[in-house]
Each structure stands twice: as structure tokens, then as C-alpha cells.
Write a protein that binds this ligand. Structure first.
Ligand code: ADP
Ligand code: MG
Length: 207
């Protein structure tokens, strides 16, 4: 079982990683966006890191909901409401739970990914964060189905997210700012798919 203290620890490390990669994520957003993805995400996760200590002892639902609300209220740009929705949906799925099995985590993550699609009116292959999230979800579900443990499943999820983020270079964006560029966006990796890859890589390393 995964306990809320462990989740707080992982979220804190995710915050560190996002803050560490701030400049690179912003750089990715320059050619196909407005040069602010890393700035937006680092701002949001700086606030998340400040809130985490006060969440000790709370259930997983409250922890994820607070993270989501913090991202919505502090991140300017579309990534704030989108990541915020993902974390809030995960929180709703984990209401009142002090610990979760990996299967429960996957159910929550699936709700989060679906939440992004609904909020962003987006789907796979549109050159967004979903192009890392959906492959990660599928890989972890498949790993679980083969009886792999959480550690192995997360590793496979992280590898699938990375491959998905790299694949966004080949895609033409049909959602978000990158869609204004059309074919000229080809060759550029999506910033949001990259920030999500950092999150799941960090989670996999922490396990
Ligand atoms: P903004 O585009 O408002 O400047 P950010 O730069 O912080 O916001 O985030 C851009 C990222 O948000 C993109 O790289 C993409 O992954 C994601 N994104 C944008 N629009 C959508 C959408 N409709 N659905 C899913 N993800 C999206
Ligand atoms: Mg931007």
C-alpha cells in the first residue's frame, strides 16, 4: 500500500524536479508557444511545496485536491487549469483514503487523464501533455495486468511517457498555442508532455 506520507514526499521531489527544469521547459515553449511553461510550472510547484508540510496526516483525497487547487490558482496559462484538473480528479477518486494500492492509484490517474481531455477538449496525437499521459497510463495498466509491482509499472510508465513526449516532435498541434503554428511546429517537442514526463520519472525514481 502507498501511504499519504510517501505521496507527500514524492510530490515534494516532483516540485524540485520541475523547479530544476524550469529553464529547459520554458525554452521548449519558446518556438511553439509563448516562452513561459517552465516559469508557470515552477511558480505552481513552489506554492505546492510550501503547502505540503501542512498536509501531513491528511487523506490522499485532500492532498491531491489541495495540490490541484494550488496549481489552478497560481499557474497562469493553460497548463495550470489542466494539471490542476488532473490532480483534483485524482483527489476525488481517492476521497478519504489514507493509503492506496497501486491499482487504486491507476484508477485515480485514469480519472486525472480523462479530466485533462475533458477540460482541454483534447485527445491523443494533438501534441499536448496527453501524448505523454495516455501512453504512461496504458503502459502502467499493461504492466499491472502482467502482475508487475508498482515499482516496475512506474518504470514502464515513465519510459512510455518519455517515448510519447519525444513522439510529439512529429505531431502537428491542433490544441493550445502550438496549434497557431500548424506544420511549422513539427520538429519541436511539446513542453507539457515533457513536464509530465519529469513528474512520472521522479515518481518512478522515488519508489
Ligand atoms: P500556455 O500555453 O497558456 O502558455 P503553458 O505554456 O504553461 O500554457 O502550457 C502549455 C502546455 O499546455 C502545452 O505544451 C500542452 O502540453 C498543454 N496544453 C495546452 N492546451 C492543451 C489542451 N487543450 N489539452 C491538453 N493539453 C494542453
Ligand atoms: Mg506557454
Amino acid at each position: 500500500m502507498i501511504k499519504s506520507e510517501e505521496v507527500i514526499e514524492v510530490l515534494d521531489k516532483i516540485g524540485d524536479k520541475i523547479i530544476e527544469e524550469k529553464d529547459y521547459l520554458t525554452e521548449l515553449d519558446r518556438p511553439i508557444g509563448d516562452n513561459d511553461h517552465g516559469i508557470n510550472m515552477a511558480k505552481g510547484f513552489t506554492e505546492v511545496k510550501k503547502k505540503l508540510p501542512s498536509l501531513k496526516g491528511q487523506d490522499l483525497g485532500s492532498i491531491f485536491k489541495t495540490v490541484g487547487m494550488t496549481l489552478v490558482s497560481t499557474v497562469g496559462g493553460s497548463s495550470g487549469p489542466l494539471y490542476g484538473t488532473a490532480f483534483m480528479k485524482m483527489g476525488m477518486s481517492l476521497t478519504a483514503k489514507k493509503e492506496m494500492s497501486f491499482a487504486e492509484f491507476l484508477t485515480a490517474f485514469k480519472a486525472g487523464v480523462e479530466g485533462v481531455g475533458q477540460r482541454g477538449r483534447s485527445a491523443a496525437e494533438e501534441k499536448t501533455m496527453l501524448d505523454a499521459m495516455i501512453p504512461a497510463l496504458k503502459a502502467m495498466e499493461a504492466a499491472c495486468g502482467r502482475g508487475q509491482d508498482a515499482r516496475e509499472a512506474l518504470k514502464e510508465g515513465a519510459a512510455a511517457a518519455l517515448a510519447g513526449a519525444e513522439h510529439t516532435k512529429e505531431l502537428i498541434a491542433t490544441k493550445g498555442r502550438a496549434s497557431y503554428l500548424g506544420e511549422r511546429g513539427i520538429g519541436h517537442q511539446d513542453p507539457g508532455a515533457t513536464s509530465f514526463t519529469y513528474m512520472i520519472q521522479t515518481a518512478a525514481e522515488q519508489f
